[in-house]
Design a binder for this molecule. Structure first.
Ligand SMILES: [Zn+2]
Ligand SMILES: [Zn+2]
Length: 212
C-alpha cells in the first residue's frame, strides 16, 4: 500500500508530499521547497526512511531545499524533465526575488520523461510530462490509490500560471486534457497549492477546463 502525507512549506504554502511504501517504510519526498526541519520532523514522526527526492518542476517553492536536503541525507534527485534545466540554473535569482533562503545548486541524478516510472519500496508510480506552467513539468500518478501529484499544473478551481518564461497556456490545457484526464474522473489530485480535488470534479466545475 502506498501512503502519503502532505505538508505545506515555504511562505507560498507549497504542498510538499511525503509518499511511502507501507510494507518497507521506504519514502520519497515530492517537491521539498523549503522548511527542511519541519519536513524531517514529519519523516521521523511517520517512522519512514527517506530514499529519494522527486521533483515536479524547478520553481523555488517546489525545489528550493532540494540541494541542501540531498546533500544532508545523501539522497538521489529524481526529475524534473530536462526542459526545466534553466529554472534550476535560475534558483539563486528565484530565491533572491522571493526572499527565500539562498538555494543550493544541484544536478538531478536522473531526469524524467513522459512514460517513465519511479519506484519507492514495492510501489511504482507513473510519470507524465505536463508542460505549460514550466516546460519541464512532470506529474506522478499512483493508480493503485487513485492519486496524482500534479504540482502547479492544475488546482481546485484553477490552473497553473503560464506568464513565466517558456510558459504556454495552450500547452498547459493540452497537458491537462490529454495527460491528466485519461487517469480517470475518480482520480484525486494533490495540487502544488491549496486543497485536493478530483479530475471529475474539475471537469464539471473548473472554469478553465470545464467540459473538456
Ligand atoms: Zn510553479
Ligand atoms: Zn508552486
Amino acid at each position: 500500500m502506498l501512503q502519503y502525507l502532505t505538508v505545506p512549506v515555504t511562505p507560498f504554502q507549497q504542498n510538499c508530499s511525503i509518499v511511502w511504501c507501507d510494507a518497507t517504510k521506504d519514502a520519497a519526498i515530492i517537491d521539498p521547497g523549503g522548511d527542511i526541519d519541519t519536513l524531517l520532523a514529519e519523516v521521523q514522526h511517520l517512522g519512514v526512511r527517506l530514499k529519494a527526492i522527486w521533483l515536479t518542476h524547478a520553481h523555488i517553492d517546489h525545489a528550493g531545499a532540494t540541494g541542501e536536503l540531498a546533500e544532508q541525507l545523501q539522497l538521489p534527485i529524481i526529475g524534473p524533465h530536462p526542459a526545466d534545466q534553466f529554472w534550476i540554473d535560475a534558483l539563486p535569482q528565484q530565491s533572491a526575488m522571493f526572499g527565500f533562503p539562498p538555494a543550493r545548486p544541484f544536478a538531478p541524478t536522473r531526469w524524467l520523461h513522459d512514460g517513465d516510472t519511479v519506484q519507492i519500496g514495492n510501489e511504482t508510480l507513473n510519470v507524465r510530462h505536463c508542460p505549460g506552467h514550466t516546460p519541464g513539468h512532470v506529474v506522478f500518478h499512483a493508480p493503485q490509490i487513485d492519486r496524482a501529484f500534479v504540482g502547479d499544473v492544475l488546482f481546485a478551481g484553477s490552473i497553473g500560471r503560464t506568464d513565466f518564461p517558456q510558459g504556454n497556456h495552450q500547452q498547459l490545457i493540452d497537458s491537462i486534457t490529454q495527460r491528466l484526464w485519461p487517469m480517470g474522473d475518480q482520480t484525486v489530485f494533490i495540487p502544488g497549492h491549496g486543497p485536493e480535488s478530483s479530475f471529475g470534479r474539475e471537469r464539471r466545475s473548473n472554469p478553465y477546463v470545464q467540459g473538456t
